[in-house]
Structure formats: structure tokens, C-alpha cells
Design a protein around this ligand. Sequence first.
Ligand SMILES: NC(=O)c1ccc[n+]([C@@H]2O[C@H](COP(=O)([O-])OP(=O)(O)OC[C@H]3O[C@@H](n4cnc5c(N)ncnc54)[C@H](OP(=O)(O)O)[C@@H]3O)[C@@H](O)[C@H]2O)c1
Length: 328
Amino acid sequence: MKYQALELQLNDTKVIPTFIEQQLPELAADQVTVKVAYSDINYKDALTLNARSGVLRNYPQIPGIDAAGTVVASKSTAFKVDQKVLITGFDFGISAPGGYAEFITVPADWLVALPEKLTPQEAMWYGTAGFTAALSVRALLKYDFSLDAPLLITGATGGVGGWATAILHQLGYRNLTAVSRNQAATDYLHQLGATMVITPDELADPRHKPLQKQKFSGVVDAVGGDLLAEILPQVSYSGIVALSGNAGGNKLATTTLPFILRGIRLQGIDSVSYPANKRDAVWQQLATDFKPANRELLQYKTIDFNQLPTTLANFLAEKHQGRTLVSI
Ligand SMILES: NC(=O)c1ccc[n+]([C@@H]2O[C@H](COP(=O)([O-])OP(=O)(O)OC[C@H]3O[C@@H](n4cnc5c(N)ncnc54)[C@H](OP(=O)(O)O)[C@@H]3O)[C@@H](O)[C@H]2O)c1
């Protein structure tokens, strides 16, 4: 059977998205074919259009790091036909074909059974961003902070930061500071659950003192770079920074002092290689106690498959809030 997919082709240094026809392959042992209902656009997906970003090592490639849909063929005992599933991470949409396609054929252990209380559309509303937010929140929860503990979320208008803000609010945390460069987003972030909204400039210390007033017990950082360097000196004794992002760069200029004098921890968050056998538990939380009652406020727009090339191309240049879903 033939199906449509969006392929990225490299012409010199220019990446050209092109719709192509693919043939469903013969299933190998432990492989599953899924009819995709929804995919989404993450920061990393948008970077695949920039050959120099290094996100894709080889072109042509079908990108899309997330997908959700229904199993149509299975050579795995773990998944049966008609079962709803989702997929994020591993090599999906990076060194293996991804979710910007009507059908995907993947190893069974990359798939997660869709929790009963999530639709495929909701799963992609979360996508890798929501999954990463959940991993970040779980890292903070290990610290047993009181509900009044001051927590900071960066990149809060984006997918990871937006979901982290809404999930922490859902869990009852009531001292949440959201960071955004976009002052027009202040009301939106308050509605999501932020008690205070600040700009990155407000975190900057012109003297770059290595130890500053201890302001934040826990941080969900989706930006990294210079902003993280400003934050570390302000983390309270024994505090934690759950770092997932590098939207602000992947270099970190800092000192050891907050670590050796305040015992703070910088915890990396990785959604890509997170163990397959632990993913169900995280998605179950996203379907239940982490699922924000105010989630309708976490903005998303749904585009059609044929709008994907243009939306992807403009994604990083345009100011976007929340999540972008792709109806396949
Ligand atoms: N470790 C992992 O497994 C993992 C998983 C998912 C995502 N990520 C990474 O996490 C980051 C966020 O992903 P996302 O999907 O949430 O992206 P997103 O939706 O584009 O959101 C990123 C947000 O960061 C802020 N931002 C962007 N560039 C910035 C800069 N130079 N300085 C300060 N703030 C900046 C923007 O907020 P304002 O415009 O409001 O300031 C933007 O809304 C990306 O770097 C992504 O690659 C990592």
C-alpha cells in the first residue's frame, strides 16, 4: 500500500521539504505499523530544516519526532491491531523515518500504549515537550518541596515550559515564577499558573556575582545558556535545576561556587533515550494527576499535513505560544 510522507531533501546547503509517496514495508519481527492520526512540531523538528543545526545527520529523511495513532499491523506480542499508541524519542524522526507520514513502521519498544484517559490528539498536545516537562517535574518532586517553595520555569511560553508551569500549578505549587522575553504573554502565563512573570533581564546581575540572594528552590530550565548562568547563583541551598533545553545556547559559563558552597544540583533531563520500560508510568501521570485542569489554556493550534512545510519553515522565526499539532 502507498502512503504520503514529508521528506526533507538536501540541495547543497538548502533543505527542501517535499511530499513523497512511500510503500509500506514488509514487517520484520517485533515491528509495528501505525496509522498516524496526529504529530506535532517541537523545537527540534524545526531545527531539521537547518542543515547546519546537526539535528539530522543524513538527508533525505522523514522528520517528526512524535506521533500518535492506531496500530494497523503488528509482529509484536506487546501491541495488537486497532490499539492506540504514541511514540516520542529514540531515533524516531532523526536517524529513522519519523511522524510526518500517514503510516510509520517502528520497533515495538519505541511505542507506548496510549493511556485510556488520553486521546491521540491530547498525546500530541503534550508530545515530547509535555513528556520532558513531566520528567522535569518528577525530578523536582523528588525534593519534597513545600507547596509554597519558590520555583522558576524558563521558556514558559514554549512547549516544555508551558506544560511544566501548568503541571506544577495542577499539583498545587503556588509560588511559580515564569520567565519570558515576551511581555505580551504575561496574562497568558498567569492563567497557566504562574504567580509571577519576569523577563530574562530581571534575572541578570550586572556584576555576575557567583553567589547571589537565594531565590529559587527548584528550576525547570528549557532555555539554558546565558540564562542558566544567571540562574545558578540564585538557586537556594540544596536546590535543583532540571535542565532540558538549549533554546538559549548550549554553552555554560559559570563557577563551581553554587555547587560546592550551596550543594545545589544541576540535573540533566533527557527525553530521547529515557528507558522504554519507564515511559508508561510517566504517560500515565500525564493522563491523570499531572493532567492540568486548566489545560485548555495551554494554547495550541492544529495545522493540516499540507501546511506543514510552511509552518515548519517559519516556526523558529515567528513568536509562537504553546504547541502546534499536525493532523495527518
Ligand atoms: N532534553 C530533552 O529531552 C528535550 C526535550 C524537549 C525539548 N528540549 C529542548 O528544550 C527547549 C524548549 O523546547 P520547546 O519544544 O519547549 O521549544 P519552544 O516551544 O520553541 O519553546 C522555547 C521557549 O524558550 C524561549 N526562548 C527561545 N529562545 C530563547 C533565548 N535565546 N533566550 C531565552 N529564551 C528563549 C521562548 O520563550 P519566550 O519567547 O517567551 O522567551 C520559547 O517559547 C529546546 O531547546 C529543545 O530543544 C529538550
